[in-house]
Ligand binder design. Structure first.
Ligand code: MLC
Ligand code: AMP
Length: 501
């Protein structure tokens, strides 16, 4: 059987059913999804792209973006999505690393992206949806609506998803057709998708949550997908009565709770609310249940592994936990010798299964660190499994801040701050934040005699990194707290600067 992920989706398609419904009411049936993605696939082939070649896309969330992704799957090309917040220095790194044959951008910043890509020797650079002729979408429109999806093996690469690293250098998680298909199938069954389910899709599609978890489960179900360009709490609330499933990061649930209209009546037709990508506070979990009568189902995953564990659909969904390991995924709590610990003990969460990536793109040395000798992937998350098998995440071994469901590796920001004139050294850490869960915060020690202030520092880093990675606050201090080994004690900084007020 063809293991191509698109071919597996297509086995479930119902031609007359609606696949996508856009904000302006435009609808696309599953039959049209098949013919429109064929156009994109034919275009990729006409551009000379062969299976295994990379397509980097930094594009706004749109139907064309989905068609491009599915078109890539159909041709066996490897899709590399980039967050639209990424700035030139980040993008040029990704292009240099992924070595794509095609870069697809948006109208905003097209010139700069084109320059970067051409300097890097990329064969084709196109805008996705430029007004008028010359865009990828308009070129696709001229192509045939027939395309035989290429045969793919389970291990063939489908996507590379970049995650930042603790050393400051981003790593590309290599996800195969088999990785993605197995996870989609398991989640589809575990979350009891059923005929008639309608997904309200408000997540961005440049990360695994929106692109893979949400879209894949819905496509496996031939569901209608109400596709919103971005999350807006009032808009989501208005559309809930037309949906049955919603997936979001905790910030989205916090913002929905801020809407006076969120109540049992608005959510009466909903079947499932899923949360993930960041810790869901008990307070949010409880308030949501009180207001709507729905118990949010929390699950846990990563770019490198897709989803690893989930609260049950039918059984008890326990707040403060990420449920049970998914069927087919082995999950253990390990000590620093990679040995499994007993129930209740705290250690690193390690996972193994068909959902786990084969490794990092072009970084064999990182794979040695990332995997234990017996093949378990080291997540860098600290957790515990209770006597009933529920997994809880209790902290992180990796130095990472998660802000609004987006990962920020402090090292990357520290490298930028340390390079500023007058900066001796810096430490970046997360402090509790009511909306984003954690807020990126920096403490900076100036060089002797240098005059630094918060506004000046922030002005210098603006545009250098994606805005969500930049510190929300910068504190200028005399010295960083260190332990006897000389290691910066970020816990003390968090205590000092994390207090409200
Ligand atoms: C936006 N801003 C953020 C931010 N999002 N700052 C910190 N953290 C964030 N997450 C900043 C912008 O830079 C901007 O700053 C200002 O807030 C307003 O921007 P916006 O675009 O209007 O923000 P908004 O649309 O409100 O976005 C908030 C959000 C979004 C929560 C809807 O961040 C989001 O969609 N998060 C989900 C990310 C996601 O999909 N994660 C899954 C990763 S996969 P300024 O200074 O310019 O005004 C993964 C695996 C797994 O983790 O398990 O799922
Ligand atoms: P990313 O690299 O963007 O895919 O983010 C993966 C990380 O998000 C994981 O390693 C966890 O630290 C975190 N994460 C994902 N889901 C949850 C969750 N439900 N609770 C707490 N942290 C989570």
């Amino acid at each position: 059987m063809n293991q191509n992920l698109y071919a597996l989706f297509a086995m479930h398609f119902q031609p007359a059913a609606i696949a996508f419904e856009l904000e302006d009411g435009t609808r696309l049936s599953y039959a049209e999804l098949e013919s429109e993605t064929a156009r994109y696939a034919n275009l990729l082939r006409a551009l000379g792209l062969a299976p295994g070649e990379r397509v980097v896309a930094q594009v706004e969330k749109s139907l064309s973006a989905v068609l491009l992704y599915l078109g890539c799957l159909r041709t066996g090309c490897v899709f590399v999505p980039l967050n639209t917040a990424y700035q030139a220095r980040e993008i040029s790194y990704f292009i240099g690393d992924a070595k794509p044959r095609l870069v697809v951008g948006r109208t905003e910043g097209a010139e700069a992206l084109g320059k970067l890509a051409l300097e890097a020797g990329v064969a084709h650079v196109l805008e996705l949806d430029a007004n008028g002729a010359g865009s990828l979408a308009s070129a696709a429109a001229a192509q045939s609506t027939h395309f035989a999806t290429v045969p793919s093996a389970k291990d063939d690469l489908a996507a590379i998803v970049y995650t930042s690293g603790t050393t400051g250098r981003s790593k590309g998680a290599m996800l195969s057709h088999g990785n993605l298909a197995s996870n989609a199938e398991v989640l589809h069954a575990y979350w009891a998708f059923q005929p008639g389910d309608v997904l309200l899709h408000a997540l961005p599609i440049y990360h695994v949550h929106g692109l893979m978890v949400a879209l894949h489960t819905a496509l496996f179900n031939a569901s209608r997908i109400v596709f919103l360009r971005k999350f807006d709490a009032a808009d989501v609330l208005r559309r809930l009565p037309d949906a049955t499933v919603f997936m979001g990061v905790p910030t989205m649930y916090v913002r929905l709770l801020g809407e006076a209209g969120l109540d049992r009546a608005t959510c009466a037709g909903m079947r499932l609310f899923v949360s993930g990508s960041a810790p869901l506070l008990n307070e949010t979990f409880d308030s949501f249940r009180e207001r709507t009568g729905h118990t949010i189902l929390e699950r846990y995953g990563m770019s490198e592994t897709n989803m690893n564990s989930s609260n049950p659909c039918a059984g008890e969904r326990r707040g403060g936990t990420v449920g049970f390991p998914l069927p087919g995924t082995a999950l253990r709590i390990a000590n620093d010798r990679d040995e499994a610990l007993a129930a209740g003990e705290i250690g690193e969460i390690q996972v193994r299964g068909p959902n786990v990536m084969s490794g990092y793109w072009g970084m064999p040395e990182k794979n040695t660190e990332a995997f234990a000798a017996d093949g378990y992937f080291r997540t860098g998350d600290l957790g515990r499994i209770d006597a009933e098998g529920y997994v809880s995440i209790v902290g992180r071994a990796k130095d990472l801040v998660i802000s609004g469901g987006l990962n920020v590796y402090p090292k990357e920001v520290e490298l930028l701050l340390d390079a500023l004139p007058g900066v001796e050294e810096s430490a970046v850490f997360g402090v509790p934040h009511a909306d984003f869960g954690e807020a990126v915060t920096a403490a900076i020690v100036p060089r002797p005699g240098a005059q630094l202030d918060e506004a000046g520092v922030l002005a210098q880093v603006k545009g250098e990194l994606a805005a969500f990675k930049l510190p929300k606050r910068v504190y200028i201090i005399d010295e960083l707290p260190r332990n006897a080994m000389g290691k910066v004690q970020k816990n003390l900084l968090r205590e000092r600067y994390g207090k409200p007020g």
